[in-house]
Ligand binder design. Structure first.
Ligand SMILES: C/C(=C\CNc1ncnc2c1ncn2[C@@H]1O[C@H](COP(=O)(O)O)[C@@H](O)[C@H]1O)CO
Length: 192
């Protein structure tokens, strides 16, 4: 499989997040998976790609020209695809990936998570989506979506479209499990 990993580009985060990215990259390579990433050398993004390559795995980096221009492109990537903008980048990352893994991150990671999550809920793809969150960064997000569901803003299948893990092994196991297409039926939103 090619696994798309969405993760932090921040250089201000605790070292434990960088170490987590390395563990994920090593685990992907060990299981014979390739990586699709945002193609930057910084922070968790760079660390996961280096770890995959160190383990003998193949990496595909997809990066907008504007970020190449500020010299943060992962030029060691086995494939480095330079895009015109962020939208084209996300489209190519999506098209090249068999599964999606989200690590702790900021608003860029959130944007990527929500796009893949929403399209899975709508039955537009059936690829696994796993969030690895060992330290509970996303706890408030999960509470928010629970509240949205309780008030009828989301379909029940919002919870079927995503899996949560607290260890790397658990996350990788979940990524490898078969999934099925979810029904996009509007009826699931209920009456009224
Ligand atoms: C100059 C630095 C970082 C430049 N910023 C980014 N570089 C590469 N990719 C990015 C950047 N910002 C967002 N992305 C994409 O979103 C995800 C990370 O965003 P987050 O806000 O850090 O969670 C990542 O998956 C990228 O695809 C150095 O400071």
């Amino acid at each position: 499989m090619f696994v798309c990993v969405y993760c932090s580009s921040s250089q201000k985060i605790d070292r434990k997040y960088i170490d987590l990215a390395r563990e994920v990259g090593a685990g992907l390579a060990l299981r014979g998976h390739g990586l699709v990433s945002g193609g930057a050398i910084v922070s968790c993004m760079g660390e996961v790609a280096r770890a995959v390559r160190d383990g003998g795995g193949h990496t595909v980096g997809v990066i907008p020209q504007a970020l190449v221009d500020i010299e943060i492109a992962d030029t060691d990537s086995d494939e480095l695809i330079v895009t015109a903008d962020m939208r084209e980048r996300k489209g190519i990352m999506d098209a090249r990936s068999d599964a999606f893994l989200v690590l702790p991150g900021g608003i860029g990671t959130m944007e990527e998570l929500f796009e893949i999550w929403t399209s899975r809920v709508l039955g537009m793809h059936e690829r696994p989506l796993v969030v690895l969150d060992p330290w509970g960064l996303y706890g408030p997000l999960r509470d928010l979506v629970d509240g949205m569901y309780e008030q009828g803003f989301t379909r029940p299948n919002v919870f079927d479209a995503i899996s949560w893990a607290t260890t790397v092994e658990e996350a990788l196991d979940l990524l490898e499990q078969p999934t099925h297409l979810l029904s996009p039926s509007v009826g699931e939103l209920g009456e009224g």
